[in-house]
Design a protein around this ligand. Sequence first.
Ligand SMILES: CCCCCCCCCCCCCCCC(=O)SCCNC(=O)CCNC(=O)[C@H](O)C(C)(C)COP(=O)(O)OP(=O)(O)OC[C@H]1O[C@@H](n2cnc3c(N)ncnc32)[C@H](O)[C@@H]1OP(=O)(O)O
Ligand SMILES: NC(=O)C1=CN([C@@H]2O[C@H](COP(=O)(O)OP(=O)(O)OC[C@H]3O[C@@H](n4cnc5c(N)ncnc54)[C@H](OP(=O)(O)O)[C@@H]3O)[C@@H](O)[C@H]2O)C=CC1
Length: 423
Amino acid sequence: MASITEYYAGKSVLITGATGFMGKVLVEKLLWSCPDVKALYILVRPKAGQSMEQRVSHMMKCKLFDRVREANPDFHKKIIPISSELTQPGLSISPEDVEKLSACINIVFHCAATIRFDEPLKHALQLNVIATQELLSLAQRMHHLEAFIHISTAYANCNRKHIDEVIYPPPVEPKKLIESLEWMDDGIVQDITPRLIGDRPNTYTYTKALAEYVVQQEQDKLNIGIIRPSIVGASWQEPFPGWIDNFNGPSGVFIAAGKGILRTMRANNDAVADLIPVDVVVNLTLAVGWYTAVHRPKTTLVYNCTSGGINPFHWGEIEHHVISSFKRNPLEQAFRRPNANITSNYLINQYWILVSHKFPALIYDLFLRLCGQKPQMMRIFNRLHKAIGLLEYFSSQDWEWNSDNISMLMTGPAGYKGAHYSI
Ligand SMILES: CCCCCCCCCCCCCCCC(=O)SCCNC(=O)CCNC(=O)[C@H](O)C(C)(C)COP(=O)(O)OP(=O)(O)OC[C@H]1O[C@@H](n2cnc3c(N)ncnc32)[C@H](O)[C@@H]1OP(=O)(O)O
Ligand SMILES: NC(=O)C1=CN([C@@H]2O[C@H](COP(=O)(O)OP(=O)(O)OC[C@H]3O[C@@H](n4cnc5c(N)ncnc54)[C@H](OP(=O)(O)O)[C@@H]3O)[C@@H](O)[C@H]2O)C=CC1
């Protein structure tokens, strides 16, 4: 049986979300560990005044690609950008590109999504659900497709305490929701969003749950694998320890604590902080692609890519490590000496917000005004409070994820414990 590296040799791979956090690491890892991969087709849109070509060229200059660049200075020739805006009909891929992709793609990794928690429902639905449907339709036109791998989230079913590696019935039939929202104006949608998302905390988890169902519906026509990572953090080992390029999830909170801005946050000291390094998720993604294509499981397999069941780490421990590490290695231009406390008590947290956040911010802004400068600290705290308000749901409770399919991949007859794909 082909090893993972052997499997990808000569294959053409399609990746959505390749310009994102996880997508970039996936591209790098494929180029590094599977040097004989034929081509990586990446769907990219122009953004922030940069053309698709400029964005890709900028991305390939990033430090993340140093080891690949050193091994093969011509590595960029394997990356083929395809212009695509996922929120448009047909993903706005040109007919010529559709032909090209249909003729050559062997495996699809669907990473693109909006991961904003406060995304208006219509937009989250458009990107996370409708674009996924469009991609599935495109996949069905691919003559040599061997596997379709969808990246979901471990929190798609966060309204449950115990989460198995199964697709749960969707909160609503996606087709009906899409049809209903089509004629509603944004104001009405905003008003009914809390009723629709029900016991989920945000539109992100809600639309990711719907997307899983939409993907599963195609299991008779496509060979599908679904990966559910928990909270994806900086790299553990590859391409080098500690790589991250965003403030999503806890990363922004850690930096705010390191700068001495964040002093208090609502979290449960004893709840499991289910963090998972991005390189571990990417290794698993490549292994799942290989397993799905080679073993062709009869039904869609779901992989809960979580750490709490194997190596539980708690928010209380995180607080300790984050603060002591920033005390040892202080950040530049810190507002105050780092010292943050987490508490599960609402009132205590409100007290410390007043004393340690709002009061110093007022004083500092007053000082800035007296110096003739624009006040800014209260504005920073307001943004921080909005961000942590959206994260508290995840840091205040525990979930239990079954990860039998991950164990099967690691230790079963197909065990993929290869040097390049450790998880
Ligand atoms: C020591 C104590 C330890 C305890 C620690 C507990 C942590 C407990 C985390 C649990 C985490 C669960 C995670 C679920 C796991 C998924 O399933 S993964 C999906 C994860 N998705 C996210 O994390 C997205 C969350 N972020 C958002 O939804 C939006 O960024 C927010 C928070 C609503 C802010 O929206 P906005 O006001 O429009 O602002 P946005 O343009 O996004 O950013 C404005 C600025 O704030 C910064 N920023 C964005 N997010 C953050 C943030 N989280 N923090 C700080 N700054 C941020 C941006 O970088 C940006 O900076 P500038 O470029 O302006 O300098
Ligand atoms: N980060 C995390 O903690 C977790 C992430 N996940 C899942 O992993 C996947 C990747 O997440 P992550 O890398 O962190 O997310 P990022 O936000 O870093 O990347 C999202 C990607 O999707 C692309 N995208 C978004 N909107 C569009 C659009 N309209 N048209 C074309 N492309 C678009 C972005 O492109 P552009 O650069 O042009 O904006 C980007 O490449 C997602 O499916 C997410 O749900 C799951 C669990 C945790």
